[in-house]
Design a protein around this ligand. Sequence first.
Ligand SMILES: Cc1ncc(COP(=O)(O)O)c(C=O)c1O
Length: 287
Amino acid sequence: MPRYAYVNGRYLPHAQAAVHIEDRGYQFADGVYEVVPVAAGRAVDKDPHLDRLERSLAALHIPMPMTRKALELVSRELLRRNGVSNGLLYMQVTRGVAPRDHVFPTNTRPALVMTTKRIDFAGQSKFDDGVGVITVPDQRWARRDIKTVNLLPNCLAKQAAVEAGAYEAFQVDGDGYVTEGTSSNAWIVTGGGTLVTRQLSHEILHGVTRRTILAIATEEDVPFEERPFTVAEALAAKEAFVTSATSFVTPVVRIDGKAVGDGRPGPLSKRLLAWYRDYAAGLRDSA
Ligand SMILES: Cc1ncc(COP(=O)(O)O)c(C=O)c1O
């Protein structure tokens, strides 16, 4: 259990950290969040995460709760107080507290909560063994590029995955193309060795790990295409994997119970994971 949470200007013992019942995040999911991986004592890709936070807030017309510099100071202090050097930093900003009404309140200050979590990224079998995914219809709204706390369709799909013995669900659009996972971006490796992941649009979250992996692929001369792929193409692919702040590069070895490739994590997925781990640990400064 982490020792402290940051809530609206105060570092509170985690068990006593609370928000008001009329916080609009609680009543309307009127807020956004970020999950920043922490490795070797540093927030990984801090700037792109803060850029996305700013973009998400701007899309919902919620002001930044404090300057970027101040957000960085608070996050560093919280990680220090909680003694987290590997894990994640969670930031959530809602429109704030106001009497319940769909219309935006005036003169309400945004509410900011930060928490941290320790994670042992080294000792997780998903990286070595790979994981299974199921496929589900994508039931989300049209602005999936905004990282809102409105995650109910994602939770329903993830629950279905876990009940089916899988790790993640690939969400599929009305034309049979994979959009992304419930909390990750989806990738395949074609028979010819080309990485494929869906292009950026309003239909997917613009994953920061996705961005870093594309930068690493560029440097390492790994060919890639940003385009949609179908479930059938994923099943016929040589490799598949998902990326996110806490999944890093997690090999996908089964889709709907059928093996991808030889059913083992593929060599390119493993190489990308190793390169990403080096990057996260500060051992390569690229991307
Ligand atoms: C729907 C969705 N797609 C993709 C991602 C991956 O994004 P990132 O790499 O920034 O963690 C996430 C992360 O939570 C997500 O929720």
